[in-house]
Design a protein around this ligand. Structure first.
Ligand code: NOJ
Ligand code: MG
Length: 527
């Protein structure tokens, strides 16, 4: 059995923002195809596309109205087939975003479901009678603010939506829904896609009795509505693991496909998603690096905890940014974003990169009036405006950064004339060349791919760890110079890569400058 995804780095593309080819200011599939050189040169092994399916775009594609067609904004099926074929021709893999928890309210399934209580598809979604006083059936809250229940006047019931009212939740307890969704997976697997990232997979099953969630004692005003209650009954139910095992079985009936789950849960609960006997998802996304404080001691501890919690046979993975979160450069700054890159690409496990992070794109400024993200519109000033981390990729210093030939759907960063792939490609020590060097090193150093992880020390501000017997990593998480103190058991050490210089160093430095990170070859060391 091939385990390509243990070695490949994954690269997330937000399709609206990668490359426009038809002059509407919005990225599309043909645009992605034209930029495959960049991806291949970077050195990642697989591309994951955020949703490209037909959608009214109430949540920018995470509201699917036809799971088997491409939205015209992104192109058509011929464009998809061509992209898939060219991705494969370059030896890369293509992953799609599967959004099974909810459809669009415009999906024919929901149109039928809402048409009458007797409709055969009524039970494909989650319908409940009102409470005796007419209010919603329970206190469950939408992730995008307000009650998670929408009133349907004509049929006199509420339907459940964990996100927007335009995103009704499907009823995964219904075997017909499961079968229909398995067919969707097979449709794309038959075309040859290499796997899926599954949207909010821990949400698929809800409490059968629809009990109220308990209040969250830590809730403070000014926090998003979803934080008012602990999501004890509305998600992460034990039965979800059977549903996932079925998805996995569909995946396993094709060779070498990958199943990733999007899961925001604490480490212990996250680990359950590897499934009984590892028959859950191959990779439950690990967002620890997105949520932590950027400090050596904090990182040292969380990596240890994560490594220790992994089930036997469970393969680790690490993520720095995605389309729902502030970008890494916005969180830690330009200098530390390099350290973050070095960390991401030297930890044990599959790394996921977010497009644009390889040139250090930071979050764009957005005024309140121009916000597009429905979550930020619903809870202004409370939830992170996700537009800010979804800005167009910056390719060149030509107009519109080479992304489009018209005004881009979201603004570029202020410094796009310098911060773009073409300019950085010419600068030997750029962020882009650092990413390329790191990805290249991962391919040639077996211990970076497969060697055990062992923390050496994490006394602020320096994190030191070893991979296998031959690789050492030293990261300065501060902007201060510090003396470089290596463990005495590391002998005959040389520098394979400096994060600041983006090359090997001829001699071991005595100091570690601020924002410096080193990958070391240990020629002679204890395990
Ligand atoms: C998680 C996705 O990443 C996010 O962008 C989306 O809004 C929600 N799921 C709902 O599908
Ligand atoms: Mg376009």
């Amino acid at each position: 059995m091939s385990r390509w995804w243990r070695e490949a780095a994954l690269y997330q593309i937000y399709p609206r923002s990668f490359q426009d080819s038809d002059g509407d200011g919005i990225g599309d599939l043909e645009g992605i195809r034209r930029r495959l050189d960049h991806i291949a040169e970077l050195g990642v092994g697989a591309v994951w596309l955020s949703p490209i399916f037909r959608s009214p775009m109430a949540d920018f594609g995470y509201d699917v109205s036809d799971y088997r067609n491409i939205d015209p904004l992104f192109g058509d099926m011929a464009a998809f087939d061509r992209l898939l074929q060219e991705v494969h021709a370059r030896g890369l893999k293509l992953l799609l975003d599967f959004v099974p928890n909810h459809s669009s309210d415009q999906h024919p399934w929901f149109q039928e479901s809402r048409s009458s209580r007797e409709n055969p598809r009524r039970d494909w979604y989650i319908w409940r009678d009102p409470a005796p006083d007419g209010s919603p059936p329970n206190n469950w809250t939408s992730n995008f603010g307000g009650s998670a229940w929408a009133w349907d006047e004509p049929t006199g019931q509420y339907y459940y939506h964990a996100f927007l009212a335009e995103q009704p939740d499907l009823n995964w307890r219904n075997p017909e829904v499961r079968a229909a969704m398995h067919d969707v997976l097979r449709f794309w697997l038959d075309k040859g896609v290499d796997g899926f990232r599954v949207d909010v997979i821990w949400h698929l099953i809800k409490d059968a009795q629809f009990r109220d969630n308990p209040p969250n004692p830590a809730y403070a005003p000014g926090r998003p509505d979803i934080d008012r209650y602990l999501q004890v009954h509305s998600a992460d139910q034990p039965e979800v693991h059977n549903v996932i095992a079925e998805l996995r079985a569909v995946i396993e009936s094709y060779p070498d496909r990958l199943l990733i789950g999007e899961i925001y849960l604490p480490i212990e609960r996250l680990m359950a998603y590897y499934g009984h006997d590892n028959r859950g998802v191959h990779l439950p996304f690990n967002f620890q690096l997105i949520q932590c404080t950027w400090r050596a001691d904090v990182l040292g501890k969380l990596i240890d905890e994560y490594e220790a919690a992994l089930p036997e046979g469970g393969w680790p993975n690490w993520v720095l940014s995605n389309h729902d979160q502030p970008r890494i450069a916005a969180r830690v700054g330009d200098a530390q974003a390099r350290i973050a890159a070095m960390l991401l690409l030297t930890l044990r496990g599959t790394p996921t990169l977010y497009y644009g992070d390889e040139i250090g794109i930071y979050d764009i400024d957005m005024s309140e009036e121009t916000v597009l993200d429905p979550a930020a519109i619903n809870e202004p000033g409370v939830s992170f405006n996700r537009d800010r981390s979804r800005s167009p990729m910056q390719w060149t210093k030509q107009e519109f950064a080479g992304f489009s030939n018209v005004k881009t759907w979201l603004p570029l960063t202020d410094d796009w004339k310098q911060r773009n792939a073409a300019v950085q490609g010419e600068e030997p020590a750029s962020m882009l060349n650092l990413y390329r060097a790191l990805l290249r090193l991962r391919c040639v150093e077996r211990d970076l791919l497969a060697g055990a992880y062992r923390r050496i020390s994490s006394d602020n501000p320096v994190l030191i760890y070893q991979r296998g017997q031959t690789i050492g990593v030293v990261l300065n998480l501060s902007s201060e110079n510090v003396p470089l103190v290596l463990p005495t058991e590391w002998r005959n050490v040389s520098v394979l890569l400096s994060a600041r210089k983006v090359k090997p160093l001829p001699h071991m430095p005595t100091d570690l400058s601020g924002g410096e990170g080193l990958i070391l070859r240990i020629a002679d060391g204890a395990e």
